[in-house]
Design a protein around this ligand. Structure first.
Ligand code: SF4
Length: 336
């Protein structure tokens, strides 16, 4: 089956030319997984609660720092992002509408009760720790923990602007653009670091932080920071939140890269991306994207394991039955 990639601006003639850390991770993990997810847009009917939780959490903290930079007080910014997150984690019940509703103009009406109150329901997580309540708690507790942090002031660039909220596009090689978004560049003890946040159910220890070196996303952030800000960037500060049923606990750690490591990352990344492009140039067929069978059981198991375990001839039918393939594709070039 050929999926229409013409609406995805990161593809040119069926070949991906603009890459973010999500799509780079896919091709490095398994070319077949890259094919199913990035090129054919097969997404599981039930989205992982860890992905949803992590996405809402990252957005809330990104917006918090943005609002503070724009002049809101910490309390005002926190109130705004909690409200946004409550709305994001709420689903309104809808019904088809011919005329539409000015509040929801997509050919559907939000169902209301007899008093005119809109009907809906909160996100119910299938994970006991990554719940809506714990999400809100973790956002509030994060801000409480770090709002008075004087150790990591935002770097002020030579043009006088704070180094926050940067979407970037960097040419790694002809026909290969590395793109993404950096929330903040901070000064820690005289060295510049990109800030990032992670969530986990695990106890946070030195072992937990070992996973970030080597790590393509952290190397990529450091590489991008050096290029777009035009100053030395030592690495990434990771604020990790452990999400437990009764508490959220935060631990900060650092991961650093040398210039030689960053050049190694650049060449290694180009190597993988050119390989992905050579696979795509052969045509949109799963046979052109080899399976990395050593990745199938990592991190709790690949979401396509039930597909790849089937006979090749019936995989497409299985995908159609168990996965969605809507038109809303992941596009690395879409600005936030
Ligand atoms: S199940 Fe294994 S081979 Fe199939 S997409 Fe996932 S990692 Fe690749």
């Amino acid at each position: 089956m050929i999926y229409d990639l013409s609406q995805n601006s990161s593809f040119t003639d069926g070949v991906q030319t603009s890459w973010d850390s999500t799509s780079i991770k896919l091709i490095m993990t398994c070319p077949r997984k890259y094919f199913y997810k990035m090129m054919q847009n097969w997404t599981p009917r039930e989205v992982s609660p860890h992905l949803l939780f992590g996405g809402w959490y990252a957005t809330a903290l990104e917006h918090y720092y943005k609002y503070v930079t724009e002049g809101k007080t910490s309390d005002e910014a926190l109130e705004a992002v909690v409200k946004e997150t409550l709305i994001s984690t709420w689903t309104y019940r809808t019904e088809p509408s011919v005329e539409g509703d000015i509040n929801y103009p997509h050919g559907v009406n939000i169902i209301k009760d007899k008093d005119g109150n809109r009907q809906g329901y909160p996100w119910v997580s299938s994970d006991g720790n990554k719940t809506r309540e714990n999400l809100i708690r973790t956002i509030i507790w994060y801000v409480e923990e770090f709002k008075d942090d004087e150790n990591t002031p935002v770097v002020i660039l030579s043009d006088g602007k704070p180094a926050v909220e940067y979407s970037f596009r960097i040419e790694l090689a002809p026909d290969i653009i590395y793109c993404g978004h950096l929330d903040r560049l901070v000064d820690y003890g005289g060295d510049n670091y990109i800030m990032d946040q992670k969530t986990t159910k695990s106890t946070i220890s030195d072992y937990y932080f070992k996973q970030f070196n080597p790590d393509q996303q952290m190397s990529g952030y450091t590489f991008a920071g050096q290029i777009i800000f035009g100053i030395p960037v030592k690495g990434v500060i990771i604020d990790a939140a452990q999400i437990a049923i009764g508490f959220s606990r935060f631990t900060r750690s650092f991961t650093s890269r040398t210039n030689a490591q960053l050049e190694e990352w650049r060449l290694n990344t180009i190597h993988y991306l050119q390989f992905a492009q050579s696979c795509a140039e052969k045509g949109q067929d799963e046979k052109n994207f080899p399976m990395n069978l050593e990745s199938c059981s990592n991190y709790g198991g690949c979401e396509y394991r039930d597909v790849c375990s089937k006979n090749p001839g019936i995989r497409e039918q299985f995908l159609k039955g168990k996965f969605n393939q809507d038109t809303n594709m992941w596009d690395p070039l879409k600005q936030r």
